[in-house]
Write a protein that binds this ligand. Structure first.
Ligand code: ADP
Ligand code: ASP
Ligand code: MG
Length: 454
């Protein structure tokens, strides 16, 4: 493989399905090899492994432990078995599996977020070890790199925030010299906190890792290889008629990711926007099918761009007569939420009540219930709290939406069979969001898509 100058370096990230098994890894390795500018490869765990590790970390069902461990072993051994020289790597994978077994026994006794992250990190550690071997089998020398050496984070296990300045410095001193020598394979999703314990960046966090590394190394592009050939007008699994978007702006794609389009982790575009690095999204199953380029500006941004869907939303309605002609009630509510690390997502207010949803993006690996008893108790001391669960947030993403006429009619005119529980419109010119009962969500997306995009 010829080595490209580092000033035109590309970072390529492969998601779980792209490293799910030996054939998928070979396809991904060939994508890497087809472009000499790709010098740094960021990987997720093989598909399914993170979920199994989380099940072990929850420690709830000791009878299922052996089953989960076997399943992880089966997924990883299926790759080892296809390697020409698999003996050494088998021993390394066995060591990882022993570690997983030991940690899951500990989780059976007492769970903790730190232990969960330690356990879960093994998914990315194993997939990267295996991928290095696959690259070797393709006669392409590659080095394994432990990203925890440079991805320093805070200690919010399950949802840790990386230290961008430290990453830039450490990438320059510890990673850049290695990149000059050979292709580097490293882990997405994981990092380390000040005491050296392993952390994770929230589900789907490998996209974020790739973008942060792209920024730290001033990459010329970040390639996200997944199981669909680009970003579509909505999730093609929900609406098969969804169309691929060839070019989309950072703002539009960031809105899509924030409002639930799983194709990109919500924070992925922050580093890309900051450093103006284009992001390409394509399918490792079909690399020649093209994809979507996310960049600073696109020609002719349309009024309606895409629909995103976020499930399992909880609506909190807070009633208090003290709100009547009073000041500071909302400040108090926001204070309580901030103390519980909750950021408010949608919000509407009336004379004596306020209704809000909580931002569940990147929610931790243990579960997605942010509504703890402690939070409810504190809120209840201030006001009457009503909780409605199992709603879905639908976001229409577009451009200049709040300046256009007829948007309300275009959207709600076709949704009369459905209960619209809450509407947010006007704060951003890029979105119109509303809540519907969870059971109606897919039908609402289908109806809107066929009226606005087909
Ligand atoms: P990876 O494991 O590669 O990170 P993900 O499962 O996280 O992949 O994301 C890819 C999935 O995102 C697709 O399979 C698709 O179902 C879903 N998705 C949601 N919204 C969209 C969208 N607007 N366009 C394309 N895919 C989407
Ligand atoms: N393996 C992690 C997850 O499943 C991170 C990722 O895939 O991006 O959430
Ligand atoms: Mg993902």
């Amino acid at each position: 493989m010829s080595t490209a100058p580092l000033n035109s370096l590309l970072v390529a990230k492969f998601g779980g399905t792209s490293v799910a098994n030996f054939d998928a890894m070979i396809r991904s390795a060939d994508i890497v090899l087809s472009n000499p500018a790709v010098r740094l490869v960021v990987l997720s765990a093989s598909a399914g492994v993170t979920n199994l590790l989380i099940a072990l970390a929850e420690g709830k069902d000791p009878d299922r432990r052996a089953y989960h461990l076997d399943e992880i072993r089966r997924i990883q051994y299926a790759i080892v078995d296809r390697l020409d020289n698999g003996q050494v790597i088998r021993e390394e994978i066995d060591r990882m599996l022993d570690n997983i077994a030991m940690l899951s026994e500990a989780a059976g006794l007492a769970t903790s977020n730190a232990l969960t992250d330690e356990l879960v990190s093994h998914g990315e550690l194993m997939s990267t070890l295996l991928f290095v071997e696959v690259m070797r089998q393709r006669q392409a020398p590659a080095q394994w790199f432990d990203i925890r050496k440079i991805m320093r984070t805070d200690d919010r296990f399950g949802r840790a925030e990386p230290d961008g300045a430290a990453l830039k410095e450490l990438a320059r001193t510890s990673l850049l010299p290695r990149l000059a020598e050979s292709l580097i394979i490293t882990q997405g999703f994981i990092g380390s906190e000040p005491k050296g314990r392993t952390t994770t960046l929230g589900r789907g966090g490998s996209d974020y890792t790739a973008a942060l590394l792209g920024e730290a190394l001033q990459a010329s592009r970040i390639d996200i290889w997944t199981d669909v050939p680009g970003i579509y007008t909505t999730d093609p699994r929900v609406v098969p008629e969804a169309r691929r978007i060839d070019e989309i702006s950072f703002e539009e794609a960031a809105e899509m990711a924030t409002f639930g389009a799983k194709i990109l982790h919500p924070a992925t575009l922050l580093p890309a926007v900051r450093s103006d690095i284009p992001v390409f999204v394509g399918s490792s199953k079909d690399p020649h099918a093209g994809g979507t380029l996310v960049c600073n500006k696109t020609a002719h941004p349309p009024l309606f761009r895409a629909l995103a869907l976020r499930r399992r939303q909880t609506l909190l309605t807070l009633h208090s007569l003290n709100m009547l002609q009073a000041r500071g009630f909302l400040a108090e509510v926001f204070n309580i939420l901030a103390r519980h690390f909750i950021s408010v997502d949608l919000i509407t207010t009336s004379e004596v009540s306020v209704a809000l949803t909580m931002d569940t993006t990147g929610s931790n690996t243990i579960g997605d219930s942010l509504l703890t008893t402690a939070l409810l108790t504190e809120l209840s001391s201030l006001c009457r709290v009503e909780v409605e669960e199992n709603l879905a947030l639908i976001a229409l993403i577009g451009n200049n939406l709040s300046q256009a006429c007829g948007v309300g009619k275009d959207v709600f005119g076709v949704l009369d069979p459905f209960n619209i529980r809450l509407i947010c419109y006007g704060a951003s010119s890029h979105n119109l969001c509303f809540l519907v009962p969870g059971a109606d969500a897919e039908q609402v997306v289908k109806t809107l898509h066929s009226n606005l995009f087909e």
